[in-house]
Design a protein around this ligand. Structure first.
Ligand code: HEC
Length: 148
């Protein structure tokens, strides 16, 4: 009887751990999707800046601002399983990490303003600032390659 309970306990434990691992893999996928949509928005912004398509620049900058609000939720502690380039430093230096989405949002918001004002010079400056804001988080917290 006791043995049965132990086995049952172990089974439940294994199931819990397995489902947590699945949840984390899911999280990695979700955040990569979020980042991909950032990448697509950034690409669209560059093309739109060349075409002087101010409405698209503004809309995509706002998409990036919206994504910025979600970034931190997609990096729960321990979500390092599977095919991810997220460095463990993210959780050691959470305070520093968590400042980056704020910077991205600020740069995107200034870009949206510049697009609204149809100010090409400011747009060029803000596109670069946005790229730098994304890049500085990647430089510190994203690995070059997936772990072996
Ligand atoms: C808070 C830090 C942070 C910010 C800010 C950030 N990124 Fe990322 N980004 C990451 C990390 C970490 C990864 C790796 C995620 C993984 O592999 O689990 C990543 C991955 C990516 C990827 C690859 C996604 C894939 O796996 O296919 C792209 C593209 C990307 N980011 C674009 C951007 C753009 C564009 C911005 C700015 C608008 C941005 N990121 C802002 C941290 C950040």
């Amino acid at each position: 009887m006791i043995r049965g309970k132990l086995l049952l306990g172990m089974l439940v434990g294994t199931l819990l751990i397995t489902s947590q691992l699945f949840a984390q893999a899911d999280m990695v996928e979700k955040r990569q999707k979020l980042m991909k949509s950032n990448g697509e928005a950034a690409k669209a912004i560059k093309a739109a800046a060349e075409a002087k398509d101010y409405a698209t620049i503004e809309a995509k900058a706002k998409d990036i601002m919206g994504n910025g609000d979600k970034i931190l939720d997609f990096f729960p502690k321990g979500s390092t399983q599977g095919k991810t380039k997220a460095k463990p430093e993210i959780w050691d230096k959470w305070e520093e990490f968590s400042k980056n989405p704020v910077r991205v949002k600020k740069a995107a918001s200034e870009l949206a303003d510049a697009a609204k004002a149809k100010d090409d010079e400011a747009i060029a400056v803000k596109v670069k600032a946005l790229g730098d804001a994304c890049g500085s988080c990647h430089k510190a917290f994203r690995a070059e390659k997936y772990p072996e």
